[in-house]
Write a protein that binds this ligand. Structure first.
Ligand code: ZN
Length: 400
């Protein structure tokens, strides 16, 4: 699609995002108006995400997969690399007091300088497998957020009628400006639940850290270049994982029940869904995968209440016995898929090593776990997923 047509189209539409943050921070905004404008009700609000501080977070998910699926088509795969510079958008913090940074009825205005960030995504594109390259065609916007409490986010964008018209990616500007490595960013993020420093990317020496290096595997991908930022590779893969999940209903649910006060909605995971591997419901892992420290993990939403340092050793020892690949993936089935896809491709395509050093005398090799029998079902699921020929991308090109 020509740029002018594309731009005019997206400026006219209502931005509604289904989303889950990478670095999952679920927003405190209310999406009630989204529901009001969508009588088709193929989306619904879940208000069941309760962190340790008892704050409740809303997030949306696909409710009726048939209706949802009928509204999206496979992207025709135009030149997805050339599309990147056209969708870059540097944005000031939203003035939405509830924190709805990405979702506004009037499109957020793009500031000067956004296109300068295209190079990060073009480099990523050059190093991505086709599966992920194609996703860039389906994005309507890549927001570079001047201020944002998480690292990145992704979601689906809808028109006024509630039809999915594409995907959206957003990322905190400073993570790009700081040219973070995966080791630095992952250490920083891992520390947040234990009292790490939220406002800078400094690492506390007494808290767990991630030891990680990456080397490109030129055998797998002939187009691979000599360098790629492994942090960006991981984070954008995680975000694209959410879009794949939403678009293909990988975490299909059934038997949803509302709590007595109507605020809490909990669904069981459908047989054969991704989530059914590890989860009973969207909120509750199977017993074998649960562990006492899990509910205390908070990352970007700790509000001053952190996990006790004395619990570090136990948490990673417990986590190691589950089939969750990371602390982050143990938070909900959606981040379980997104994080799992990111680690899987990190290992497969850029030969990354990734070891958690608890700083209490233990180390856990995440890549080793990924290739172990504990993780066989998930590994096989992802093998199968990436080789599917019917993967659905949210279509950014179904406009008038
Ligand atoms: Zn996420």
């Amino acid at each position: 699609m020509k740029k002018s047509v594309f731009s005019a189209y997206i400026s006219a539409m209502l931005i509604n995002l289904l989303l889950i943050f990478v670095s999952c921070s679920l927003p405190t905004v209310s999406f009630a108006d989204t529901i009001a404008t969508s009588e088709k009700k193929f989306i619904t609000i879940l208000d069941n995400y309760t962190f340790r501080d008892q704050k409740k977070y809303n997030f949306l998910k696909i409710f009726n997969s048939n209706k949802f699926k009928s509204n999206i088509q496979v992207s025709p795969f135009i030149d997805c690399r050339a599309h990147i510079k056209d969708i870059m958008c540097l944005v000031a913090p939203s003035d939405d007091p509830s924190g709805g940074i990405y979702r506004e009825k009037n499109k957020r205005s793009c500031l000067e300088g956004g296109k300068e960030y295209a190079k990060y995504f073009e480099e990523l594109y050059d190093n991505y497998p086709t599966l992920l390259q194609r996703m860039f065609c389906s994005l309507t916007t890549i927001y570079i957020e001047q201020r944002f409490f998480g690292t990145a986010y992704a979601g689906l964008e809808h028109d006024e009628k509630g039809n999915v018209i594409g995907g959206v990616l957003g990322i905190r500007q400073s993570v790009l400006d700081n040219n973070l490595s995966l080791a630095t960013w992952a250490s920083w993020k891992e520390q947040l639940s234990f009292g790490g420093i939220i406002n800078s990317y400094d690492i506390k020496p007494e808290l767990p850290i991630i030891l990680s290096t990456s080397n490109h595997n030129s055998n797998d991908n002939s187009h691979i270049s000599t360098s790629v930022n492994d942090f960006l590779y991981f984070v954008v893969t995680h975000e694209f994982g959410h879009i794949f999940d939403f678009s293909n209903n990988l975490n299909k649910t059934k038997n949803c029940h509302q709590s007595a006060d109507g605020t809490n909605n909990s669904c069981e995971m459908e047989v054969d869904s991704w989530g059914a591997i590890s989860w009973k419901t969207e909120n509750q892992p199977k017993n074998i995968n649960d562990f006492p420290g899990r509910n205390g993990l908070c990352f970007y939403t700790c509000n001053g209440k952190y996990l006790d340092l004395a619990a570090v050793n136990q948490i990673y020892s417990d986590l190691n016995k589950t089939d969750f690949i990371s602390t982050y993936s143990s938070v909900n089935p959606y981040d379980d898929f997104a994080d799992s896809l990111a680690y899987y491709l990190l290992a497969k395509n850029i030969n990354s090593s990734y070891v958690i050093d608890t700083k209490t005398g233990s180390q856990y090799d995440v890549i080793q776990k990924l290739q172990s029998t504990t993780w066989t079902m998930k590994y096989q699921y992802l093998d199968k997923f990436i080789s599917r020929e019917d993967i659905i991308y949210p279509n950014a090109q179904t406009g008038p």
